[in-house]
Design a binder for this molecule. Structure first.
Ligand code: ATP
Length: 284
């Protein structure tokens, strides 16, 4: 038997860092939603007690460092499953891009193996397992749109954004999430985005309001380290995007666009200097 799962990318509509906790994690406030750019996972049962990962992407680990491997190992051990699994990852989400590709693969693995091995685990339990793998994994288990607090694992569902186009662009630079958080200084932040105002905009279904409330305090760090990301943001705005923001710790920048007729111009304009550009819809 084969099981297929889609693992969509997430974007942050807002991201605020409140303070550094004694356990060295940062206390955050984020509103996250998913976009229709997804990895595809194929899982099949193996009679032997082993986990095998393959992928067409040559640039991710395929051993026990892969988040899908970690998720399979965790669920297998916790629920004492004697058989093994072969997982093929068809990667479409850019890696180390601020789009939670690895976390979404881990969440899709938890959902898929719950079905493959008929374990009957509730979403709430899957989310708890997910939290052991990474802060973004619980959100990726259920998706939708949510306010995430704590280190990102405490979730409250909020209204889905109004449907629109999302143009994603990733420059060929690598940004380490750890390094960005390490360099973050809260005293340098002059303007914090507001979760409550973003929630209000979503509640009222206001596309314009949502664009106005976009904000990510980590831009302060990443844009300083990589000024070309700031340039990419400016270019997207100049080409006609209605709202533009860096996702997570970057370097991916996304632009929200309400009018479909504007999409080709923005997409083609960005393709001129950025190889990885995607025009997708929100997954709402
Ligand atoms: P986040 O937004 O959650 O910080 P990200 O989009 O910045 O995540 P990922 O694409 O999840 O980053 O990759 C982060 C690191 O995890 C990479 O260095 C990669 O080698 C490793 N990794 C492990 N498993 C996977 C996987 N299944 N897919 C992608 N990367 C993986």
């Amino acid at each position: 038997m084969k099981i297929y799962e889609k693992a969509p990318a997430k974007i942050n509509l807002m991201l605020d860092v409140l303070y550094k906790r004694p356990d060295r994690y940062h206390e955050v406030e984020m509103i996250m939603t998913m976009v229709d750019l997804a990895d595809r996972l194929e899982m099949s049962e193996l009679p032997r007690d082993t986990i095998i990962i393959s992928s067409q992407a040559g640039y991710i680990p395929l051993d026990e460092k892969n988040l899908a491997f970690k998720a399979a190992k965790l669920i297998k051990e916790r629920y004492k499953v004697p058989s093994g699994v072969y997982i093929h990852l068809d990667k479409k989400i850019p890696v180390a891009a601020g789009l939670a590709g690895g976390s979404s693969d881990a969440a899709a693995t938890l959902r898929g193996l719950n079905r493959l091995w008929k374990l009957g685990i509730s979403d709430a339990e899957l989310m708890e397992l997910g939290a052991e793998l990474g802060s973004d994994v619980p959100f990726c288990v259920t998706g939708g749109t949510a306010l995430a607090t704590g280190r990102g694992e405490k979730l409250t569902p909020v209204a889905n954004p109004p449907q629109c186009w999302v143009i994603l662009a990733k420059l060929p630079i690598n940004v380490s999430t750890e390094e960005v958080y390490g360099r973050f200084r809260s005293d340098r932040i002059t303007k914090h985005p507001s979760a409550s105002r973003m929630i209000q905009a979503l509640d009222s279904g206001s596309f314009h309001g949502m664009c106005q409330e976009l904000g990510n305090v980590l831009e302060e760090v990443t844009l300083q380290m990589h000024p070309e990301v700031a340039h990419l943001k400016e270019t997207m705005l100049r080409l006609g995007a209605d709202g533009v923001l860096m996702s997570g710790s970057g370097p991916t920048v996304f632009g929200l666009v309400s009018k479909e007729s504007k999409v080709p111009r923005i997409y083609n304009g960005l393709r001129g200097f950025c190889k990885e550009v995607y025009a997708v819809r929100l997954l709402t």
